[in-house]
Unconditional design. Structure first.
Length: 191
């Protein structure tokens, strides 16, 4: 303790006026209405453009379509087993293997659809690129089904085309200028 400051008080630093208020003539007055609160959207999150909403909805539709496709594969496999029990009982397990593979593939495909939709909603440009690459791979598979001359694949060809069109719509929506602006804004370093 210093001898000259034994009875002196230390000056407190001046505090700024409360946020949301402006000082005028020495009195605090409301500075205006604050920004409205948007439920579910954290501060600083950009709203999704219409093209992005379309892309995400198509991705969810793709996941649902994959589930429907898989249920169809299981139903057809069960029908074949029911109508041909002697052939299946003889040890031919190819049908069971194909159905199991189809279910495992569907689980992975649904997870990819949902994961890409979620990442795109968050503005992850890598998800947009990955989705486009996966659509290219899927297109090769659809071409393989469409080019097949095996009998009885007519419904599979039509259903594969429907799934392909869902993916095409999502990819086109992801690369629209408003979507590109959204991804660019989400990736900007000062966000």
């Amino acid at each position: 303790m210093s001898p000259e400051g034994a009875g002196a008080q230390v000056a407190a630093p001046p505090y700024p006026p409360p946020r949301g208020y402006a000082s005028g003539n020495g009195a605090y007055q409301p500075a205006g209405n604050p920004r409205p609160y948007r439920a579910g959207a954290p501060a600083g999150v950009l709203p999704l453009p219409a093209a992005m909403i379309t892309a995400v909805r198509l991705m969810y539709a793709g996941a649902a379509y994959t589930l429907v496709w898989t249920i169809g594969v299981i139903a057809v496999s069960a029908g074949i087993v029911k109508n041909n029990p002697v052939h299946i009982a003889g040890g031919d397990h190819r049908l069971a293997g194909a159905a199991t593979f189809s279910v495992l593939l569907a689980i992975a495909e649904v997870a990819l659809w949902l994961g890409l939709a979620r990442a795109c909603r968050r503005g992850r440009n890598g998800a947009r690129v990955a989705g486009t690459i996966l659509f290219g791979v899927y297109s090769l598979g659809v071409l393989g089904v469409a080019a097949s001359s095996q009998a009885g694949l007519g419904p599979a060809k039509v259903l594969s085309l429907i799934g392909w069109l869902i993916g095409l719509g999502a990819v086109i929506a992801l690369w629209q200028p408003p979507s590109s602006a959204f991804f660019t804004a989400q990736a900007s370093p000062n966000r």
